[in-house]
Design a protein around this ligand. Structure first.
Ligand SMILES: [Zn+2]
Length: 275
C-alpha cells in the first residue's frame, strides 16, 4: 500500500474504531484567534488533513508572542493570519486555507463573519478576552454552529476546554448564569503564558474536534487543567433554561426559532392594512 502523510492517522481505524479518516476532507473548521492556542490548534488541524480551514485575527506579531508556537523573529510586525496561513500551506498544501485580518466584533464585519461561520462544521476558540468570547458564543448559538471553547488563566498555569453543541449542551453563558463551582479562570487576557499549557489545551480541543467530526468516543463536558497540581478535573454542566443566550426565554433564540407571528398571520395583517 502506498504510504502518504495520512497513513499513520488512518491506522487508528484498525484499532476497533468505526471511522473513516478521509471524511475530514469534507469538513470546514474555523479558528477564531491565532495566538497561543490558535497557532497550535491550526497546525494540528492542518496536519490531520481537514478539508478547509479559515482563520480570524486582527493582530500583528510582536516580540512578546515569540514564547509561543509558530511565529519567529522575522515575522515581527506582520499580520498573524497572513504569517500563519503561509506556514500552514507549507505544512500541508492539500488544505484550503482562508483568512480574515478582521476584528470579529467590528460591526462592519458582522454579516460577512456570520456568512463565513455559517459554512463551518466546527469552530475552535482561540480568543484571549471575555467580550470577544461572549460575542463568539452568542453567534455560534444563534447560527447553531458547534464550537470548542478553551482558554488559559491569567497566570498561564491552568485553563479549560469546553465543547459546546448549541441547544444540546451548556453554552459559555450558561456556565456563568448557573451556580456551579468552577473557578473563575475562564480565558481572560493573559499576563503570563506558557507554551506548554497552551499546547495542552489546544491539543485537547483537537481531540474533541476529531471525535465530534468523525463521530467516535465521548465528548468531554468542561475540563479544567492545572499544571501546579498536575490535575485534570472534569465538571458536569447542564444547560440553563434561563440562559440569556441559549435558554428558552432567550430573545436571541425566539427571534431565530419561534417567530412571534406566523407567515399566515402576517399575510392576514398585511391584507387588513391594505383594506
Ligand atoms: Zn446558554
Amino acid at each position: 500500500m502506498t504510504q502518504n502523510r495520512y497513513t499513520r492517522l488512518k491506522a487508528i481505524e484498525e484499532f476497533g474504531y468505526d471511522i473513516n479518516w478521509d471524511d475530514l476532507k469534507k469538513f470546514h473548521v474555523g479558528i477564531v484567534g491565532v495566538g497561543g492556542l490558535g497557532c497550535v490548534s491550526a497546525e494540528m488541524v492542518v496536519r490531520c488533513g481537514i478539508g478547509k480551514l479559515t482563520l480570524f485575527d486582527f493582530d500583528t506579531v510582536e516580540a512578546v508572542n515569540l514564547n509561543r508556537h509558530m511565529f519567529k523573529d522575522e515575522h515581527i510586525g506582520q499580520l498573524k493570519v497572513l504569517v500563519a496561513a503561509n506556514i500552514l500551506k507549507e505544512i500541508n498544501p492539500e488544505v484550503k486555507i482562508k483568512y480574515f485580518n478582521r476584528d470579529i466584533m467590528d460591526l462592519n464585519f458582522e454579516s460577512e463573519f456570520e456568512n463565513e461561520i455559517k459554512q463551518m462544521d466546527v469552530i475552535l476558540n482561540g480568543l484571549d478576552n471575555i467580550p470577544a468570547r461572549e460575542y463568539l458564543n452568542a453567534k455560534c448559538i444563534l447560527l447553531n454552529i458547534p464550537y470548542i471553547d478553551a482558554g488559559a488563566s491569567r497566570s498561564g498555569l491552568s485553563g479549560y476546554v469546553h465543547p459546546i453543541i448549541p441547544y444540546k449542551t451548556a453554552c459559555a453563558k450558561c456556565l456563568s448564569s448557573i451556580a456551579i463551582d468552577i473557578p473563575d479562570e475562564r480565558g481572560e487576557p493573559c499576563v503570563a503564558s506558557l507554551p506548554s499549557t497552551m499546547a495542552i489545551l489546544a491539543s485537547i480541543q483537537i481531540q474533541e474536534m476529531l471525535k465530534y467530526l468523525l463521530k467516535f468516543g465521548r465528548l468531554i463536558d468542561y475540563l479544567m487543567y492545572n499544571m501546579i497540581t498536575g490535575k485534570f478535573l472534569e465538571y458536569v454542566t447542564k444547560r440553563d433554561g434561563n440562559c440569556p443566550i441559549c435558554g428558552q426565554k432567550s430573545d436571541i433564540k425566539n427571534k431565530l426559532v419561534k417567530p412571534k407571528i406566523s407567515q399566515g398571520d402576517l399575510n392576514d395583517l398585511i391584507d387588513k392594512i391594505k383594506e
